[in-house]
Ligand binder design. Structure first.
Ligand code: TYM
Length: 388
């Protein structure tokens, strides 16, 4: 009996680890908080193009809500993560332009530099400095199980970092991307991180880095703060053309996403061309059975002034015998009201003061972030033995 159990031990351990991870994940996710004194909100977005509806509904809208509901004493830090962007090849002039455009887009969605510090990640040295220190305790095994580097390189989920196929294309920066993301969060002692669902695994890793560090260098005391994830109700907006995949900046089909700078005309065309299904011409909400129809209902629900759920909107459409085309017209109408004003503000911010306004906003945000990160780095360096 004993040898059999010992052979099963690795499997049992793995099941237990998965269960523990699921439990800690459930415990650490909150959908809504009212930020109060002592709360530190941090999040980031890559400057790899104009943000789309997925970024907006999955993250940016929540960034704005948290800012607007924050009580005095709450710190709000939002970073344009340019160091993450270069984990894949970028053209230097394009990257420079995208950084500015992202800054203008964040202001256009409603971030207010009087309340939120908005800054480029590369302006704050603490991010990369802490990343190096965390790299010295981060497990290669854990990192190689993470899925993002595999999906970015179009590799299968079961590929290992040492496989020939991976070794040929995998760069160290892309492999260690989650360590930099953990450093982004931990260097600011963030208590809450509003993100879309695709970032869940990275947030779990950041918590693991914090606990690991505290255990190794602080005898368990809270030197670094394990953050909580804040997910919005629209945590995963799907592509308009392949509704089983998430809406993404890197999708080669521009009709798959609605950009925050799209005109009313572009929005209508993209929504009317959205893939649904031929199961029925009636509207119903079923995320797995009818992903295209359900995605449209979720888009509508996200902007519904009456706060109706996708299920309630589907029931209303079914009652009025609305067709899939009627649904698309309805969704397009709602989006056309909400999105083009963001584009107008975006263009105005880009041009304000001949571009100097954006530089000032960033410089002010970076100054706050540099000071905040320096406080943590002092604690970290002392704990590790790098300073007295
Ligand atoms: P990025 O730039 O891919 O996306 C920015 C935010 O948008 C969310 N998002 C979505 N939400 C719902 N549906 C979608 N289709 C969708 N697509 C994107 C993302 O979840 C994210 O919240 N690794 C991060 C950037 C990052 C970061 C951080 C985030 C770097 N350091 C620290 C939080 C904390 C990324 O690539 O996001």
């Amino acid at each position: 009996m004993a040898p059999r159990i010992s052979r099963l031990r690795p499997l049992l351990d793995q099941i237990q680890r998965t269960q523990r991870r699921a439990a800690s994940q459930a415990a650490s996710e909150v959908s809504a908080i009212r930020p109060e004194n002592g709360t530190v909100i941090f999040s980031g977005i890559q400057p790899t193009g104009i943000p789309h509806l997925g970024n907006y509904l999955g993250a940016l809208q929540n960034w704005k809500r948290l800012q607007n509901e924050a009580e005095p004493g709450t710190k709000l830090l939002y970073s344009i993560v340019d160091l993450h962007a270069i984990t894949l090849p970028q053209q230097a002039p394009m990257l420079r332009q995208w950084k500015r455009e992202m800054l203008a887009a964040l202001l256009a969605v409603g971030l207010d530099p009087e309340r939120s510090s908005i800054f480029y990640q590369s302006s704050v040295p603490g991010h990369s400095e802490l990343m190096w220190i965390l790299s010295c305790t981060a497990s290669m095994g854990y990192l190689s199980r993470m899925t993002q580097w595999k999906s970015k390189l179009h590799l299968a989920d079961d590929v290992s970092a040492l496989d020939e196929k991976a070794k040929a294309s995998l760069k160290l920066g892309l492999f260690s991307y989650p360590v930099l993301q953990a450093a982004d969060i931990l260097v600011h002692r963030a208590t809450h991180v509003p993100v879309g669902e695709d970032q869940r695994q990275h947030l779990e890793f950041a918590r693991e880095c914090a606990t690991n560090f505290n255990h190794t260098f602080g005898a368990g005391s809270r030197l670094l703060v394990p953050p909580e994830t804040i997910l919005s109700p629209a945590k995963r907006i799907m592509s308009l053309q392949t509704p089983t995949s998430k809406m993404s900046k890197s999708d080669t089909d521009p009709r798959s996403r609605i950009l925050l700078t799209d005109s009313a005309d572009e929005i209508r065309k993209k929504i009317m061309a959205a893939k649904t299904d031929s199961a029925a011409n009636a509207v119903s909400y079923d995320r797995t059975g009818r992903p295209g129809v359900s995605n449209l209902l979720e888009l509508w629900a996200s902007f519904d002034a009456a706060g109706r759920s996708p299920e309630a909107l589907a029931a209303g459409m079914a009652e009025g015998k609305g067709s899939l085309k009627d649904l698309k017209v309805q969704v397009a109408d709602v989006l056309v009201e909400e999105i083009p004003p963001i584009g107008e503000r975006y263009r105005a911010f880009l041009e304000r003061d001949g571009g100097r306004y954006l530089d000032e906003v960033e410089a002010r945000g970076a100054a706050v972030a540099i000071a905040n990160a320096a406080e943590t780095m002092e604690i970290v360096k002392r704990a590790v033995g790098l300073s007295n």
